[in-house]
Design a protein around this ligand. Structure first.
Ligand code: CO
Length: 174
């Protein structure tokens, strides 16, 4: 596979609504995509990124909380417990932060970048990041998890982001 240039996809771009495809083989191409996703997340100043946010239709996510880096393939939440609500941002929704109620603790089963099974037991911000990113690869975004009224309040901001999305899509076609 040739080197790809990934970019952040914004709200309004169809791929954010995509239920992403499972990865069949964790090979060099997958490791390359994970590496590119990680770089994109870092330069964009995020703590998590899902593949479809980078325009790739695969079940891949990257997360970095302090010095802990996760590059996960086909991650799945197998158990949730308790609840937590913290302010979340999303690289696909610049300028928007939302307090979302999520499980306070999650157990995630996944593959790592070498294709080995990895089980993660997470709470706090890591639990939130895992739920946020796994939502993404299922085509779910954080505005889906707030009330209708709260979403209504975001109307103008979302309109702006859609404009930005159109612009980004046009630019990348050139
Ligand atoms: Co996000």
């Amino acid at each position: 596979m040739k080197k790809m240039k990934l970019r952040i996809h914004f709200w309004g771009e169809k791929i954010l609504r995509r239920k992403c495809r499972r990865v069949k083989d964790v090979d060099d191409d997958i490791r390359m995509i994970l590496g590119e996703m990680y770089s994109l997340m870092r330069v964009s100043d995020g703590i998590g990124l899902a593949a479809n946010q980078a325009g790739v239709d695969l079940r891949l996510i990257v997360i970095q909380i302090k010095s802990n880096i996760f590059k996960l393939v086909n991650p799945k939440i197998i158990k949730r417990e308790g609840s937590i609500k913290i302010e979340e941002g999303c690289l696909s929704f610049p300028g928007i932060t939302l307090g979302i109620k999520r499980a306070g603790k999650v157990w995630v089963s996944s593959l790592d970048e070498n294709g080995s099974p990895i089980d993660i037991e997470a709470d706090g911000i890591l639990a939130v990041a895992l739920q946020h990113e796994i939502d993404h690869i299922n085509g779910v975004v954080f505005i889906d998890r707030v009330s209708f009224l709260e979403r209504l309040k975001l109307k103008n901001k979302l309109k702006e982001i859609r404009k930005m999305a159109e612009h980004a899509a046009q630019k990348s076609e050139q």
